[in-house]
Design a protein around this ligand. Structure first.
Ligand code: AVI
Length: 322
């Protein structure tokens, strides 16, 4: 059992449930109701997110994949063919696999993720393809300190691999903190390979987050179902609508759940009032410009070296050194 100040000696699952409860109760108590987007990813939410990645409307995944496919060998040589690859939030490790193969002789791969099942399955798959590679999965939340302390020390060049535009789901302040945390893990000469979605036409952006197949709607609403089943909630998912819009001043897509009627909802024994039209803010997905990305990298101690993008400049992958 992992103890903490709020639940010493409790099983890790119970600690996570209590944290979820604290965050939901606090998030529903603020004037603009808001829930942390990390809670979108329970088992159902993770499957729905995988389905989103396959949608025509959601251009991010295929655009990033095309950039990787085209530039894989070049990236591998920029990274150094014997580097250690560290991937926070690795999930099924699908993006790292071709990169590791292209690196020819990578020293090691350390995927970090909260879900052991998915990581262990991915480890087996990659190990079969690359039998010589040392793979050490590390389980935990990469936004906390603890998990980083468990990374094996390495004399080889280390590269943190952070694709998927996950950086966009952090506020600018949190993104800076995260990159500073990454920088603290690295030594001079080490690198960061970062994927980020770029600012573009709002029609393209809004279609990606309000897809015609309604998968993103199901992904967003699943958060309410999760609260119902894990925190004894009574949300009527039919009484909420999915809303996603691009906020051009803040350069981000915001995802909300809109209450369609005036209603009261109970969660973990507490009552919450909703006016008709009131929203729960469930996610931000920040979009960057190329100069904005460079600035973020510089401010956090990195020197941007090279980037790859698609012909439409919809998406960028940056390599930066410390
Ligand atoms: C995981 N993340 C980069 C996705 C994004 O595009 O911000 C999450 C997502 N939300 C709705 N659709 C996809």
């Amino acid at each position: 059992a992992i103890g903490n100040a709020n639940g010493a000696g409790l099983p890790p699952g119970e600690n996570l449930r209590r944290q979820f409860e604290r965050d939901v109760l606090a998030g529903l108590s603020t004037p603009q109701k808001a829930l942390p987007c990390k809670y979108l990813y329970d088992e159902t939410g993770s499957k729905l997110f995988e389905a989103i990645c396959d949608l025509d409307d959601y251009y991010l995944t295929r655009t990033e994949a095309a950039i990787f496919n085209r530039a894989l060998n070049e990236m591998a040589s920029v990274l150094g063919r014997q580097a250690v690859l560290i991937e926070p939030g690795a999930g099924n490790c699908e993006k790292a696999e071709p990169l590791l193969a292209a690196m020819k002789n990578p020293r090691a791969y350390y995927p970090l993720d909260i879900s052991p099942e998915i990581l262990l399955e991915a480890q087996q798959r990659i190990q079969q393809r690359l039998p010589q590679l040392e793979i050490a999965p590390i389980f935990g939340d990469f936004t906390g300190d603890e998990v980083w302390g468990r990374l094996p020390p390495s004399a080889a060049r280390q590269v943190i691999f952070f694709p998927g535009s996950t950086i966009g789901n952090f506020s600018h302040e949190q993104a800076r903190e995260l990159l500073i945390r990454f920088a603290g893990q690295l030594n001079p000469g080490d690198g960061l390979l970062l994927g980020a979605d770029l600012v573009k036409d709002s029609v393209v952006l809004e279609r990606a987050y309000h897809d015609s197949n309604h998968v993103t709607e199901a992904f967003n609403k699943n958060l309410l179902s999760r609260i119902n089943s894990e925190l004894n909630g009574d949300f009527n998912t039919e009484a909420f609508a999915h809303r996603a819009f691009y906020h051009s001043f803040r350069q981000r897509v915001e995802m909300h759940l809109v209450s369609l009627v005036e209603q009261q909802v109970s969660v973990a024994g507490r009552q919450f009032q909703f006016a008709e039209g009131e929203t729960i803010h469930t996610e931000n997905s920040h979009k960057y410009t190329l100069p904005g990305l460079q600035e973020l990298l510089r401010e956090t101690g990195f020197s941007p070296e090279k980037y790859w993008t698609d012909n439409n400049q919809h998406y960028a992958i940056y390599f930066a050194q410390i």
